[in-house]
Design a protein around this ligand. Structure first.
Ligand SMILES: [Zn+2]
Length: 206
């Protein structure tokens, strides 16, 4: 995990995209290691750091978590299910194979629900999504899901890669011109691989 934690035990934001950073809240990803989101409160802290919610929505979600802890626990379980579904679906996309039937059904149901929770609104020149405000506990996941659906239905899905580091498996959007990104971070996994190669060369030359 070295080099992948930032302040307050938050995972580093290296995916280059909201939904990928959300998937990268387990380290390593495969086999699943440390979970940065063990409870709803952690999800909220992460969502604030990821700028998923503005301050007003953050306050509303925090108040709802305190007032209805059981609902928060349910919302947390749903968030983890979404995260794991997105991980499997994205891994399938990276491997150029179709997702499992269950995962595509889960995602389709989530997408159908999402459409009932938002309205498109003109702000003059631009447009934006307005979210239903009556379920603040589940808003973070709706916003993450919306980002994931944009990714999956667009060209950028072809740019998603898996870190080549040993014991990592984090996903990233490759923004390099020649599709050459291999690591979640050059300073972390990239550097460790370099050190390992160096060490192996030394051993073989003895
Ligand atoms: Zn990595």
């Amino acid at each position: 995990m070295m080099g992948k934690i930032v302040a307050d035990a938050l995972p580093a934001f290296l995916g280059g995209r909201l939904c990928l950073d959300f998937v990268n809240t387990v380290d390593p990803r495969e086999p699943a290691g440390h979970d940065f989101l063990p409870a709803y409160a952690n999800l909220l802290t992460w969502a604030a750091a990821a700028r998923v919610l503005d301050q007003r929505r953050m306050r509303r979600a925090t108040a709802a978590r305190r007032a209805t802890p059981d609902e928060a626990a349910k919302a947390h379980a749903e968030a983890i299910e979404l995260r794991e579904t997105l991980y499997r679906v994205l891994r399938a996309a990276v491997a150029r194979r179709p997702p499992s039937r269950q995962d595509s059904e889960t995602l389709a149901a989530g997408a159908a629900h999402l459409q009932t929770r938002r309205r498109i609104r003109s702000t003059g020149v631009h447009w934006r999504w307005d979210w239903a405000e009556d379920d603040p506990l589940r808003l973070p996941c709706l916003i993450i899901l919306a980002d994931a659906l944009d990714l999956l239905t667009g060209e950028e899905v072809n740019r998603v890669g898996v870190c080549a580091g040993q014991a990592c498996g984090w996903l990233f959007a490759d923004a390099t011109k020649n599709h050459s990104r291999r690591w979640c971070s050059m300073a972390g996994c990239g550097n460790r691989a370099k050190t390992r190669r160096h060490y192996q060369r030394q051993r073989h030359s003895r």
